[in-house]
Structures are given as structure tokens and as C-alpha cells.
Design a protein around this ligand. Structure first.
Ligand SMILES: [Fe+2]
Ligand SMILES: [Fe+2]
Length: 251
């Protein structure tokens, strides 16, 4: 990966960010606003966190360790900005912020199990599911600032996924095919676990916005398929050419 490019991207993305129109009239009806506030407060909690475990696990022998560490720091800062936006919109909808929730606790435990590569894998899965969620909330809500918050988050999350994808592809590209298959299997098991937990927690809110379970799953599965396809492409790009391939290309 080109960690320096990511540092430049995150630095650039901090400037000239638009702010949602918080003064816009409230248009969500009371019951739906309540559901949204509850659901968004859980996502708000998920976007907080200092990233200390991430930083601790950066390999100091990695020639890009310094730039990658800085890119990670800026990534965590951007997630904190998401937490700020979600806090504002939660309060706007009449909800209150929470400090703990079982989905957040489960996520923290799982992601710390097996080191940096695994933690990023779990983070990416949360971002893929989150992307499907923010897209459905953006489509379903009639509250202008909430739509704008979702738009801002979706734009950033697409780059977060790509950032982590490049890191994961470094290792994935070096795996033997059998290990790749096992990695893909474990990724998809975790993905469906996260998706089920998300539906359990946010299904009621999404239903109130007109999204049923099948639609939400299709949306998230689409994100997952795109991500895994992208891994293959990135891993293919970094593959070293073997002797006979050089001969073929030369011919
Ligand atoms: Fe985020
Ligand atoms: Fe993110």
C-alpha cells in the first residue's frame, strides 16, 4: 500500500467539509424519530474509540510503519468526526447518547482476538454493514440533516473500506490458494454474524423506514461482494511475475 498517499488523502479530507443544515425544520414523525434516535445512538457509540489497539499492533519492521501509523491516526480522527455528527443528529431527533451496548462490547472483544490483520478485517466488516445501514437510512428518512449526515458518512466510509482493503490485500496476495479459501470463509462467517447482529439491533428502525430484512441483507451482501472482488484485483496487481510469465510477456 502507499501509506503516504493515504496520509495526504486524510489530511485533504479534513478541510472544507460541509456541515449539515442543523436548523432545518424537523420533519420526522415522533415514533419514527424515536426509533431512529435509538438506532443512531448505537452507531454513534461504534464510531467512538481511540484506536489504541490498532496503533499498538502496527508492525515496527514494516517499512511504511510510520506513514501507516499516521494514516491510522487520521482515520481514527475521521471516525471521531462521524461520532460527532451522529451525536448531533441523535440529539436532534430527541434521543440521548449511550456509553455501552452489547453489540459494541461484542465488536470490541472480537476485533482484539487475533492481532492487526484480524482487527482490520472486523473493522471492514463493520464498515460494510454500516454502509448498507447508512444508505438505507439516507433513502428512508425525510429529515434533511440526517440525510446529509448519511451522505457525508457514506462518502468517507467508501474510502475507509478501500484504505483497509489495501492493507489486507498485502497479506492476502501472499497467501496460498487454500489459505485464501479459509480466509474468505472466515470473512464471510464474520460478515453474516455482524449482519445478523445489526438486523437484530436495527431491524425495527429500518423497517420503520421501509427497508425489510431481505432488502437490507441484499444491500450489505452487495457491499461484501464488491469488497471481496476488489481484494482479488488488488492481490493480482501485486503478484510478482514468475520466470515463464516474463518470457511470455517478452515474446
Ligand atoms: Fe465511520
Ligand atoms: Fe469508517
Amino acid at each position: 500500500m502507499k501509506a503516504k498517499n493515504w496520509v495526504a488523502y486524510y489530511q485533504q479530507n479534513r478541510v472544507n467539509r460541509s456541515e449539515p443544515e442543523w436548523c432545518a425544520a424537523r420533519t420526522e414523525e415522533a415514533e419514527r424519530a424515536k426509533e431512529l434516535a435509538r438506532s443512531l445512538s448505537h452507531f454513534q457509540l461504534g464510531e467512538t474509540g481511540g484506536g489504541s489497539f490498532l496503533f499498538k499492533n502496527v508492525d515496527p519492521k514494516d517499512p511504511e510503519a510510520e506513514s501507516y501509523g499516521e494514516a491510522l491516526r487520521l482515520f481514527v480522527e475521521e471516525e471521531k468526526e462521524h461520532a460527532r455528527l451522529l451525536a448531533e443528529v441523535t440529539c436532534r431527533l430527541g434521543g440521548h447518547l449511550i456509553r455501552r451496548h452489547w453489540t459494541h462490547g461484542l465488536f470490541r472483544v472480537v476485533r482484539k482476538l487475533l492481532g492487526l490483520h484480524f482487527e482490520i478485517q472486523v473493522l471492514v466488516i463493520a464498515e460494510l454493514v454500516g454502509t448498507a445501514y447508512y444508505r438505507k437510512v439516507e433513502e428512508g428518512t425525510c429529515d434533511l440533516p440526517l440525510k446529509q449526515v448519511c451522505g457525508l458518512l457514506l462518502k468517507d466510509e467508501a474510502f475507509h473500506v478501500r484504505f483497509h482493503q489495501e492493507k489486507l490485500a498485502e497479506q492476502y496476495g501472499r497467501m496460498m490458494p487454500v489459505l485464501r479459501q479459509l480466509w474468505l470463509l472466515s470473512f464471510q462467517i464474520l460478515f453474516y454474524g455482524a449482519l445478523s447482529a445489526a438486523w437484530l439491533d436495527h431491524g425495527r428502525c429500518l423497517k420503520s423506514l421501509g427497508t425489510d430484512r431481505a432488502t437490507f441483507w441484499r444491500e450489505a451482501e452487495g457491499e461484501c461482494v464488491n469488497f471481496l472482488d476488489g481484494m482479488e484485483i488488488l492481490a493480482g496487481k501485486q503478484k510478482r511475475l514468475t520466470g515463464w510469465q516474463y518470457v511470455e510477456l517478452a515474446g
